[in-house]
Structures are given as structure tokens and as C-alpha cells.
Design a protein around this ligand. Structure first.
Ligand code: NAD
Length: 268
């Protein structure tokens, strides 16, 4: 049997009906956590993830919620209370893009991405921290009072033409994470982020789903392969577990070296 570093813990994973969130929900369940599987528009996909977890004798419940709406966010944590007796881990993963050249970016494109990728992460993290505080420390469950893990992006560091809304949101997540960690780590709330590089999911299919697109993308990845959702899920399990108990306020780049400015590899 595989090691279960999240045995007995309870997690809320946002945007868990597809891509990275789905992989994190499955990996968390395999690691022993009970999971609130959040979906937005695709209830069937959320239910399917929950069914997969139940079929491996894990614990999971699907909850529909738009994480940019405070009332919906409460539903996620109320479900964790009702089904699992509380929450120990939040993975703020839900996100989307609405790309446009800067001069053509509408206020709607801007707000859509900021509301979901930044404000949604803030609302979930704030509610998680409130719940952690209310529950109190349970050392038999975890060394921390609670853990928050943001799924950011390499674009919290790398500017991205044609996606100013997305880069601004992810840059915001970086300082949201660090400010929150600075403020709350004294009470043992452990806050970190993962910055994925290019991972094969529906969000960026056009960047890897033809051989020509994949070749172009690989020029940006020194390690020579496009990332898989499991690469992110494995890092998330570790960061959320007590094995990472001394990791506080850090962004773990899981990007095959994308953030190393590969175009300078030959001297620039
Ligand atoms: P995805 O499109 O498969 O997943 C996005 C998830 O967010 C979906 O489950 C969707 O239902 C959910 N979502 C959308 N709007 C929502 C809302 N209002 N409320 C709740 N959930 C909502 O794409 P993904 O690649 O798995 O993206 C997951 C996260 O990873 C995002 O934050 C994204 O920015 C980040 N990321 C992805 C990559 C990549 O290469 N795939 C790279 C860096 C960062």
C-alpha cells in the first residue's frame, strides 16, 4: 500500500472537476484525505471525480459553487463540516483565462479573470482561515492548525503579453499568499503556493494538442517535456502534508525549468 501522508485530514479543492484540481482531489484521496470536490458549471464531471474517489474507498462529496461569490464559498466549507466534521486543507485551484491583446481587453475580460483567479482565491483562503481558527489545533491530525495551498502560475513571475489580466491575477496571488503567510503563520496556519509551468489541461489545449504547437511550447521548457497534472498533484500532496511542516510562505515552481529564462541558455 502507498504511504498516506494526509490520513485523517479533510480538504476543500476548488475547480476539482477537471485538469489540475481533479488530479489533486484524486491524489489527496489516495493519500488518505476526505475531499470536498468543487465544480462550477460541470456538475457531471464533479460527480465523476467523487465517484472515482468513492470507488477507491476514499471519502468525497461534490459541491457546486462559484468561488467568486462569498455565499457559494460558504457552501464548500459547510459541506466539509457536515460531511467530514471540519477542514484542514484548502487548495485554491479554480482559475480561468480570458485572453486579449491589451488594447482590446474588455473590462469584462479583466473582471472575469480577476474575480475568479484572485478574488476567488482570497474568499476561499479567508473562509478557510476562519474555520481553522474556530476548530483549534488537533496535533493528532496535523502539526499545523490548517494549510492553504494556492495554485498560482509561472506567470506570477513571467509577464505574459496578451494575458495582462491573468498575469496580474497570479502576481496578486503571490503577494496574497506571502502576506497571508506572514500574518497567520504565528498561529500555525501554513500558507504556500504551487506555480505550475505548462501542464496538459483543457485551459491550454491549443498550446500542446498539435505536434507543431507542442514543438513550439517545448522551446520554453528546459527539461524537455510538457507537464502532466500528476506532477502538480504529487507536489500538492507533499506541500499539504506534515512532511512540509517547515515550508511557509513559499512558492514551489513545478515547471520543468520554464521560469529559468530558457532563451538565455545560449548566452542570450
Ligand atoms: P481547467 O480549465 O481544467 O480547470 C479550471 C477549473 O476551474 C475547472 O474545474 C473549472 O470548473 C473551475 N472553475 C472555473 N470557473 C469557476 C468558478 N467561478 N468557480 C469555481 N470553479 C471554477 O484548467 P487547469 O489547468 O486545471 O487550471 C487549474 C489552475 O491551474 C488554474 O488556477 C490555472 O490558472 C492554474 N495553472 C494551470 C496551468 C496549466 O498549464 N494548465 C499552468 C499554470 C497555472
Amino acid at each position: 500500500m502507498k504511504p498516506r501522508p494526509l490520513e485523517g485530514q479533510r480538504a476543500v479543492v476548488t475547480g476539482a472537476s477537471s485538469g489540475i484540481g481533479r488530479a489533486i482531489a484524486l491524489a489527496f484521496a489516495e493519500a488518505g484525505a476526505a475531499v470536498v470536490v468543487n465544480h462550477h458549471s460541470d456538475a457531471e464531471a464533479g460527480e465523476a471525480v467523487t465517484k472515482d474517489i468513492l470507488s477507491m474507498e476514499g471519502r468525497a462529496v461534490s459541491v457546486g459553487a462559484d468561488v467568486s461569490r462569498p455565499r457559494d464559498v460558504l457552501k464548500l466549507f459547510d459541506a466539509a463540516d457536515a460531511h467530514f466534521g471540519g477542514v484542514d486543507i484548502l487548495v485554491a485551484n479554480a482559475g480561468a483565462q480570458a485572453d486579449a491583446p491589451f488594447l482590446e481587453m474588455t473590462l469584462e475580460d479583466w473582471r472575469k479573470v480577476i474575480d475568479l483567479d484572485l478574488t476567488g482565491a482570497f474568499l476561499c483562503a479567508q473562509e478557510a482561515a476562519r474555520r481553522f481558527r474556530r476548530q483549534g489545533l488537533e496535533p493528532n491530525r496535523s502539526a499545523a492548525l490548517g494549510k492553504v495551498l494556492f495554485v498560482s502560475s509561472v506567470h506570477q513571475r513571467i509577464p505574459w503579453a496578451g494575458r495582462a489580466n491573468y498575469a496580474a491575477a497570479k502576481g496578486g496571488v503571490k503577494l496574497l499568499m506571502e502576506s497571508m503567510a506572514q500574518e497567520l503563520s504565528g498561529e500555525k496556519i501554513r500558507v504556500n503556493a504551487i506555480a505550475p509551468g505548462a501542464i496538459k489541461t483543457p485551459i491550454n489545449a491549443e498550446a500542446w494538442d498539435t505536434p507543431a504547437a507542442a514543438r513550439k511550447l517545448l522551446k520554453l521548457i528546459p527539461y524537455g517535456r510538457i507537464g502532466e497534472v500528476e506532477d502538480i498533484a504529487a507536489s500538492a500532496v507533499w506541500l499539504a502534508s506534515d512532511q512540509a511542516d517547515y515550508v511557509v510562505g513559499t512558492t514551489l515552481f513545478v515547471d520543468g525549468g520554464m521560469s529559468l529564462y530558457p532563451s538565455f541558455a545560449d548566452g542570450g
